[in-house]
Design a protein around this ligand. Structure first.
Ligand code: ATP
Length: 403
């Protein structure tokens, strides 16, 4: 096993475009690291530089203590884990797992030892003589992992391994991968554009946009303490609501009325006037619901509900609002950056599945003001972030331990 250090990594392709721009990430020994971001953010390029399939323009790539910038892929002792369709259909499970060892002309006894050890770990013993076509999707994924395990690689690398699968199978595979990685404790880097995979699999998640690392933190930190509008909008579904806001002292004016900010938050935005307020859908409740029992009128507003979607376990209510041009423009940019739909001038709130709210109702809504984030519309930075806990970029250098 090994750690991976990516230090100030830059990748410029022939046209000079920086696909990866000064990225520093330390992956600890045994850690499960996710690289996530929208299409074109540079995550696959970064993974390919770890493997050695792409030259590094500048910066240092270390695996363990060894600088590998100029080491060919076959000498890096890494295993790329392929999707199930990379299994050979005419070979048995045993032979599929043994394949890289036969290629390396390993003695028969050693091949047998390694295949049996891997199949024990992967609970594939009873399937060794079967062909991949007769296995479930989860079993096939385990065979693919077996092929990586027998190489006794230091690091596992995954590049969107589940993206071609249907939602149900994807869920199963996700659980398999997570279980195996935890059991084996092999350092893993996993590229995805799927935020559910990012949130459920990783010890830590590196969020990238246009080649630049935006935030590196545990899933919970990313969710609770996003460093900027991009991360806030990218992580979470339905996404965080962004509202135009003006602040004066501790009073925050939102499109629906004004609320009183907790003193610590008011302090962080002192001297600002126009802001973007961020509130997740679950940070609202009906003022009449038990969640809002400590309700004070300062934190409630009357809203005209446009559309209601009842999902059984919860209810989404949509409430339109107006945003001034400067804010609307910035929010449109965030929607584009995060590949999300342009739905930024309506509030989405999550209510209990028992709510009886209907389209067109006027309802009193409570806001959990302790959870509010306030962003600078010019820089996109989260002004209310708790920097000590958020794994914000400046804090990550040398922070090699998983959260
Ligand atoms: P996706 O999820 O779509 O695969 P990604 O985040 O993995 O996207 P990369 O494939 O790493 O992104 O690409 C990052 C940027 O580098 C993109 O703008 C892409 O157009 C550019 N790029 C990638 N490969 C090459 C290449 N061989 N030559 C020139 N530019 C490239």
């Amino acid at each position: 096993m090994a750690s991976i250090s990516m230090r100030n990594i830059v990748k410029k392709y022939g046209d000079g475009f920086p696909a990866v721009n000064d990225v520093t990430i330390e992956v600890a020994d045994g850690e499960f690291m996710i690289l996530v971001g929208p299409s074109g953010c540079g995550k696959s390029t970064l993974l390919r530089m770890i493997v050695g399939l792409e030259d590094i323009t500048s910066g240092d790539m270390l695996i363990g203590d060894r600088r590998v910038n100029d080491v060919p892929p076959r000498d890096r002792n890494l295993a790329m884990v392929f999707q199930n369709y990379a299994l050979y259909p005419h070979l048995t499970v045993y032979e599929n797992i043994a394949f890289p060892l036969r290629l390396a002309k390993m003695p028969e006894a050693e091949i047998d030892r390694r295949v049996r050890a891997a199949s024990e770990t992967l609970e594939l013993n009873e399937h060794l003589e079967r062909k991949p076509g007769n296995l479930s999707g989860g079993q096939r994924q385990r065979v693919a992992m077996g092929r990586a395990i027998v190489r006794e690689a230091d690091v596992f690398l995954f590049d969107e391994p589940l993206s071609n699968l249907d939602a149900k199978l994807r869920g199963q595979m996700r659980t398999e991968i997570s279980r195996l990685q935890k059991r084996m404790g092999i350092t893993t880097v996993y590229v995805t554009h799927d935020q559910v995979e990012a949130m459920t699999l990783g010890d830590r998640v590196a969020v990238m946009k246009r080649g630049v690392l935006q935030q590196l933190a545990s899933p919970r930190e990313l969710y609770d303490n996003p460093s900027n509008l991009f991360v806030a909008g990218f992580i979470g579904s339905p996404p965080m609501n962004f509202l135009p806001a003006t602040v004066s002292g501790s009073t925050l004016q939102l499109p629906f009325g004004s609320i009183e900010l907790p003193p610590a938050k008011a302090e962080k935005v002192a001297g600002k006037s126009l802001l973007i307020a961020g509130l997740r859908p679950e940070h609202f409740a009906e003022a009449s619901s038990p969640r809002a029992h400590n309700v004070s009128d300062a934190n409630t507003f009357e809203a005209d509900v446009d559309v209601v979607e009842w999902l059984g376990n919860e209810t989404y209510a949509y409430i339109p609002f107006e945003a001034p041009a400067a804010v609307a423009e910035r929010l449109e940019e965030v929607a584009k950056d995060t590949d999300s739909e342009s739905m930024r001038t309506q509030l989405v709130i999550t209510l209990s599945g028992e709510s009886r709210i209907a389209d067109g109702d006027k309802v009193k809504i409570w806001i959990d003001v302790d959870k509010i984030h306030l962003f600078d519309p010019e820089t996109s930075d989260n002004l209310t972030i708790d920097l000590d806990n958020a794994g914000h970029v400046p804090a990550i250098h040398g922070a090699a331990t998983p959260a």
